[in-house]
Design a protein around this ligand. Structure first.
Ligand SMILES: Cc1cc2nc3c(=O)[nH]c(=O)nc-3n(C[C@H](O)[C@H](O)[C@H](O)COP(=O)(O)OP(=O)(O)OC[C@H]3O[C@@H](n4cnc5c(N)ncnc54)[C@H](O)[C@@H]3O)c2cc1C
Length: 556
């Protein structure tokens, strides 16, 4: 997995993580804060504090200390011209580090709201702060610093779920593998945790969560601020994949009051990609996680409120303004709604499969994936048309394609012309009555195990598995509110027929805008939309286009 560095200049990395402001830059910060004297030993920010300010050192020295509740570790001393803060200062989450004074002197204290105003108006300081905050978060994650401890087992799916949730939310944490770590028992005893309670999450050394849900972890770690359920939002965006995040950045930067609900973690499907190489502006590729973290930070910088591990459970479309009911029982009113809930690829029931997403497991067969498996053997899982098309396409690039099909053959689920092409192609073999049941490999898939009809497991030395078992749109929560196509994807704009509009009692003289559903002021963008091109760039583009129409609807 490679990641694109953030540098906007060629300065060495350490200088970008802990830069020194010039006297002119310090003077510009001072205009937004107040100078105050500080004494040695004084604690300016306590780890776990929900609301905390930003400090620039103008005399003396500060130090940042990370604490798990069990141990304390020095992160870095901060000298004159250097400043405190990392991503949580922007996102309004709890502070990860304690900041205390090691040498008496003077600091400039800036409240969070004043810092946000400064970042929006001073491009040079914004670049320095944003880059430092993001790089500091990356360093905290790399060094395993943070105020969360996860005790679990690498063989447990629940442990993997929590690791994935913390990682995909860029939350640094310490992992203690109970199968390997001899000090683990000490931890368990100290917190009176029985082996049956694992995985266990300890937040800020205080709260113990036994096999918690993602929502419980989000609450404990402080991912979300309270929702003001009485506040009418200009737009509520449901889903924080590329389409939802794209919409959030454009809507918030254009002055709209935006709330984003995300049932899991920002980034959606793209967040699972180990390397996105076809997204504009990233010639050496970018990990889905990094793209999502940047977009999330960008949306929050412009003032969008994002709620993590909060699912939209129901759209109240029988009233205006609309309301979105959240799975925790809250209900938020909205003048307009952007549905960006995407689609879930039907995966394979293999425990460690997410570890190989983009590293040997793919859900689409484009020229990019074809290049990756040039001259190598591949497996295509599935017996439908998408699997057949993928097999035929990949056979031009790979050495050999094995189609693994659960049923007796292809005839039930695939078009005749595709079956003929597969049968006539010596580079494709069909293994019927077979399933992929396990994957092995270090950083990349190296071997797959296939189970035949007799229950025998056979290894295949293969590095590329294409899972083409179809995608299911995430539209259940909408019930009957908007018109769907025959596959359950949302119909929008010109795709809505007269009959669709009549059935939906479309009340306006104008036809639906591009990307507008059969419900006025409710838009659908990205993979959840019928006819959408399943790409990160098109999802982001549709998010931004929908915002242009949101403005028009708000003026109606
Ligand atoms: C492994 C993998 C690799 C890929 N690689 C590439 C690539 O390299 N290049 C490329 O262009 N495309 C790639 N794609 C395709 C691309 O990721 C998708 O087209 C894109 O993510 C679609 O974005 P979206 O926002 O519409 O939907 P999604 O990414 O599916 O995001 C939808 C979000 O909505 C949330 N959600 C769902 N229901 C609810 C609810 N009720 N309430 C709140 N939130 C909800 C989900 O949790 C999710 O985060 C890849 C896809 C996968 C799976």
């Amino acid at each position: 997995m490679t990641s694109t560095p953030i540098p906007l200049t060629l300065a060495p990395r350490e200088e970008q993580v802990f830069p020194k402001l010039t006297p002119e830059q310090i003077a510009r910060v001072a205009a937004h804060g107040r100078r105050r004297r500080v004494q040695a030993g004084e604690v300016l920010i306590k780890a776990g504090q929900q609301h905390f300010p930003f400090f620039v050192v103008t005399e003396g020295q500060l130090e940042g200390v990370s604490s798990t509740g069990m141990t304390e570790e020095l992160i870095s001393p901060l000298d004159v011209g250097q400043f405190t803060g990392e991503l949580n200062l922007l996102t309004g989450r709890r502070g990860l580090a304690t900041i205390r004074v090691t040498r008496p002197g003077e600091v400039i204290e800036v409240k969070r709201d004043d810092l946000l105003a400064l970042i929006q108006t001073d491009a040079e300081l914004s670049e320095i702060f944003m880059r430092a905050f993001i790089l500091r978060r990356v360093a905290l994650i790399d060094r395993g610093f943070g105020d969360v401890v996860l005790l679990g087992s690498s063989y447990s799916a629940e442990t993997l779920r929590i690791q994935e949730f913390l990682s995909r939310n860029a939350q640094p944490y310490t992992y203690i593998d109970l199968d390997r770590d001899s000090a683990a028992q000490q931890f368990l005893d100290r917190f009176h945790v029985s082996p049956a309670d694992v995985p266990v999450v300890i937040c800020r050394g205080q709260t113990i969560l036994r096999n918690p849900t993602n929502a419980e972890i989000a609450d404990c770690v402080g991912f979300n601020q309270d929702i003001d359920a009485t506040r009418m939002r200009d737009v509520v965006i449901v889903g924080a994949g590329p389409a939802g995040l794209g919409a959030a950045v454009y809507a918030a930067s254009e002055g709209l009051d935006v709330l984003v609900l995300e049932s899991n973690s920002p980034g959606g499907q793209a967040g699972y990609s180990m390397r996105i190489e076809n997204y504009l502006g990233f010639p050496s590729g970018i990990t889905g996680l990094e793209l999502a973290t940047r977009a999330f930070t960008q949306a929050e910088k412009f003032g969008a409120q994002l709620m993590i591990a909060k699912s939209a459970a129901h759209l109240r479309c029988d009233r205006k303004p609309y309301a979105i009911e959240i799975d925790d029982g809250a209900s938020v009113p909205a003048r307009t709604v952007i549905i960006a809930t995407g689609a879930e690829y039907r995966g394979l029931p293999i425990e460690n499969i997410s570890r190989f997403n983009g590293a040997g497991v793919y859900y689409g067969a484009t020229a990019m994936e074809a290049r990756l498996c040039e001259g190598e053997d591949v497996i295509v899982v599935g017996g439908g048309n998408s699997a057949g098309q993928a097999a035929v396409f990949l056979a031009d690039h790979a050495r050999h394609v094995t189609m693994v099909v659960r049923s007796d053959g292809l005839s039930e689920s695939m078009s005749r012309y595709l079956i003929q092409r597969i049968e006539n192609n010596p580079a494709i073999t069909v293994r019927a009555n077979c399933q992929v049941v396990a994957l092995e490999g270090a950083a990349h898939v190296e071997r797959a195990w296939c189970r035949d009809a007799n229950g025998n497991n056979e290894p295949e030395n293969v590095r590329h598995i294409f899972v083409m078992t179809g995608a299911v749109p995430a539209t259940k929560w909408l019930e009957q509110c908007v018109a769907l196509d025959e596959d359950g994807f949302i119909k929008t704009g010109p795709d809505l027929s007269r009959d669709d509009l009549a059935a939906a009692h479309w009340p306006l003289a104008r036809p639906p805008h591009l990307l507008e559903t059969s419900l006025p002021g409710v838009f659908a963008v990205g993979d959840v939309r019928g006819g959408n091109i399943k790409r990160v760039a098109s999802a982001v583009g549709e998010g931004s286009i929908a915002v242009a129409f949101v403005h028009q609807v708000l003026r109606e």
